[in-house]
Design a protein around this ligand. Structure first.
Ligand SMILES: Nc1ncnc2c1ncn2[C@@H]1O[C@H](COP(=O)(O)OP(=O)(O)O)[C@@H](O)[C@H]1O
Ligand SMILES: [Mg+2]
Length: 234
């Protein structure tokens, strides 16, 4: 469904991605793992058009989408949840969610809100609360919910677990898995937290210094002790 071929992205003299090829099959969770600086964020930013690829191609269901501007991606059904859980603190939970649906109108807004609240009941309970009072976990749910308001087919997630308690990470990842099973969503999940990511992933891709060093089914990656020690730190 989403395929990346020979992607190279540079920042001045720094080569952040160096000939990366990978696939995120439809209706599956593909985890992209690797240490800090491996190129994970650059991969998502290049796929979603925020950074320009030097070389290579990105395709969605066989259609070339390389170098399309980021604002076109929403219309194509690609949603990017960047690292850092940015919400608009002065707006309510519901208002933040509505912002996510502005550029892609599929189904009525109340209906889309209802589906997000169904998945994340805590957001429904706090729909009129200002975003700045939310906990880290709730904020993460809010940014995922906001992305879902555009009814994406492909969800790009950048380190959703960062800085959250393990129990909260487990809860959010379980919900992601539900979403994939329920709606057939395609997820490209970038994580340093390999253990958690592999627990819900179908496949794993390991990046090391801008290159793909392994692509394996998730269970096989989790069991590969050598690779784990060398690239995943557990
Ligand atoms: N805006 C930028 N300008 C210059 N170098 C950058 C920029 N963003 C990332 N880099 C460099 O690119 C490499 C990959 O970074 P990044 O994609 O953020 O990796 P990760 O998300 O895996 O930590 C690193 O060497 C990083 O220092
Ligand atoms: Mg990153």
């Amino acid at each position: 469904m989403l395929a990346v071929h020979d992607l190279t992205t540079t920042y001045g003299a720094v080569t952040a991605l160096d000939g990366v090829s990978l696939e995120a099959p439809a209706g599956q969770v593909t985890a992209v793992l690797g240490a800090n600086g491996a190129g994970k964020t650059t991969l998502l930013r290049t796929v979603s058009g925020l950074v320009r690829a030097q070389r290579g191609a990105v395709s969605l269901e066989g259609t070339d989408i390389t170098r399309l501007p980021a604002e076109r991606m929403t219309g194509l059904g690609i949603a990017h949840v960047p690292e850092g859980r940015g919400v608009i603190a002065e707006l309510t939970v519901a208002e933040n969610l509505r912002l996510g649906g502005l550029h892609r109108r599929q189904g009525s807004e109340p209906e889309r809100l209802e589906r997000v609240y169904e998945l994340f009941p805590v957001l429904g309970d706090r729909s009129n609360a200002l975003a700045h009072v939310l906990s880290g976990g709730e904020r993460q749910m809010l940014v995922i919910g906001r992305a879902l308001m555009a009814r994406p087919r492909v969800l790009l997630l950048d380190e959703p677990s960062l800085g959250l308690a393990p129990r909260v990470v487990a809860q959010i990842f379980a919900l992601l898995r539900t979403l994939v099973e329920r709606d057939g969503l395609t997820v490209l999940l970038v994580e340093q937290n390999a253990t958690s990511a592999l627990s819900i992933a179908d496949r794993g891709v390991v990046l090391g210094l801008g290159r793909v060093v392994a692509t394996e089914p998730a269970e096989r990656l989790a069991a590969d002790e050598k690779l784990r020690h060398a690239y995943l730190g557990f």
